[in-house]
Design a protein around this ligand. Structure first.
Ligand SMILES: [Zn+2]
Length: 500
């Protein structure tokens, strides 16, 4: 860690003395096949500098051409966020030097963004709704990537740096909120709920794969504190590239506690960017924050204004999908579950997975049961989000089907699911390879039952005396002996029959 551990104020005390003010900037990489201003492909994970051309590495004389699909996506995002769409918006050059920025400027939008003045209603865990006002959604191009070699992987202490321009020029939409005021102690939760809702919305719009782990969705969190009696916002910091939903909440909490400690000790907050550290949930100082004037924005002379027709905007409005929260309300009614149950399903990110599992043939009850208990435990112990577990809803539906057909007991089914998660293949194949199917043949069971009865004469006596419950121990021994492959109900029947 580069920074000395910062002083932190107790969270309750922060809330007693200060009001947090947040601003969230989310960059979303659009899922277009080609880049914003050239025909280079955008696929993630290609060899470095294999997806570049004179336009996106800024060679002299090259000219950008706007990607129509990117404009369509930006308008659909704006409409879904209840924004106004500007009839004529312009691109601007944002001038700054950084090695991952081959042109020495980034083409962005400045005072005339394509979408502005919207809102997004987000659900908090207690079921209440919080309206986040959206200031703007504008188009821009992504930068390349620097890879610092040696040291800790950061630029400080590195031996040298490598540059990959594959990402340079990938279309982005940046969505900026208005200041979020009045959330108080719930500020970190509001931040997480907002990014979650935005991610779900963008996914439903099919404009991005919204993979936070691959940088398709990146959140910068601005935060300042106001003393309870203050009338003006305090100085803010901008924590960059907070790359998971959980981290958004942690980063906001950390900055609240850190800034409160600085202010209470008589210090000043420096307007700066801060780096978030996933490993310990802290932030450390980055560069002093430039103001807009520093970037010397001016209209991009190589690109005409973007002027979508009213008809086109109206037509795009009709292509908006059912919004995730509307869909959820409908699904809740279909499944007949309470608000509370539904909220839990939403909070663990299980709704879409359950829907997909039901679509693949499982009953809603079984699908729900699997995702919220066994698979949720697996996600937890493997340290991943539910949706990132390496098992598909179709595979879960297959496992459920095998239970429904009586081929697997629940225990065996969990073994099969675990094997799928461990990369051993498809459920049916795992059942066949491991010979996991339930033993249906009574004669095969009888041997294990006879043995268990012989080992437990006292229990046999009890059963004969009418204590049917005592059979549980024998059933347990038989299940153990058959490595869980017997049907416990059938074993119970056979045990009782044997004691007659
Ligand atoms: Zn290119």
């Amino acid at each position: 860690m580069t920074a000395a551990a910062a002083e932190l104020m107790d969270y309750d005390q922060v809330i007693a003395e200060f009001d947090p003010v947040m601003g969230l900037e989310v960059h979303v990489e659009l899922g277009t096949a080609t880049k914003m201003f050239c025909g280079c492909p955008t696929a993630f994970g290609a060899d470095p500098n294999t997806q570049v051309c004179p336009v996106c590495i800024g060679l002299p004389g090259s000219l950008p051409v706007v990607n129509q699909k990117a404009i369509e996506y930006a308008i659909r995002i704006g409409l879904a966020l209840n924004c106004s769409i500007r009839p004529s918006s312009v691109f601007a050059r944002k001038n700054y030097f950084y090695p991952d920025q081959p042109k020495n400027y980034q083409i962005s939008q400045y005072d005339e963004p394509i979408a502005f003045d919207g809102y997004l209603d987000v659900q908090l865990t207690d079921g209440t709704t919080w309206r986040v006002d959206i200031e703007r959604a504008h188009m821009e191009e992504d930068t390349g990537k620097s890879l610092h070699i040696g040291g800790s992987g950061r630029i400080q202490g590195a031996d040298h740096s490598l540059l990959d321009y594959n990402r340079a020029g990938v279309p982005l939409v940046e969505i900026v909120t208005k200041p979020i005021v009045g959330a108080g102690e719930r500020a970190p939760e509001v931040a997480r709920a907002y990014v979650t809702a935005l991610r779900d919305l963008l996914k439903a719009l099919e404009v991005s794969d919204v993979r936070m782990d691959q940088g398709s969705l990146r959140c910068d969190a601005n935060l300042s504190l106001m003393a309870k009696d203050a009338t003006e916002f305090g100085t803010r910091t901008e924590t960059k590239n907070v790359n998971s939903l959980k981290s958004v909440e942690i980063a906001v909490t950390y900055e609240m506690r850190r800034q409160a400690a600085v202010l209470t000790a008589g210090g000043e907050i420096v307007q700066e960017t801060r780096h978030f550290h996933e490993t310990d949930g802290t932030t450390s100082a980055g560069r002093r924050k430039e103001t807009a004037e520093d970037y010397r924005y001016f209209p991009e002379p190589d690109l005409p204004p973007v002027q979508p027709s009213e008809e086109w905007i109206a037509e795009l409005g009709t292509t908006l999908p059912e919004l995730p929260w509307v869909r959820r309300a409908r699904i809740q009614e279909e499944w007949g579950v309470s608000d509370e149950v539904m909220r839990d399903l939403v909070n663990v990110g299980a709704v879409d997975l359950i829907i997909a599992t039901v679509d693949a043939g499982a009953s809603p009850e079984a699908a729900r049961g699997w995702w919220v208990s066994f698979l949720a435990q697996q996600a937890n112990s493997r340290g991943v989000e539910l949706a990132d577990l390496p098992i598909s809803p179709a595979q879960v539906a297959t496992v459920i089907g095998l239970v429904d057909e009586g081929k697997l007991t629940t225990k065996l089914a969990q073994q099969v699911a675990t094997a799928v998660l461990d990369g051993e293949g498809e459920p049916e194949q795992i059942v066949a390879d491991r010979g996991l199917e339930v033993v249906r043949d009574d004669s095969a069971l009888q041997k294990a039952i006879d043995e268990a009865l012989a080992n437990n004469p006292d229990i046999v006596e009890k059963i004969r005396g009418g204590k049917v419950k005592a059979a549980g121990k024998i059933v347990g021994d038989v299940m153990k002996a058959t490595r869980g492959q017997a049907d416990p109900a059938r074993v119970q029947e056979l045990v009782l029959a044997a004691c007659q």
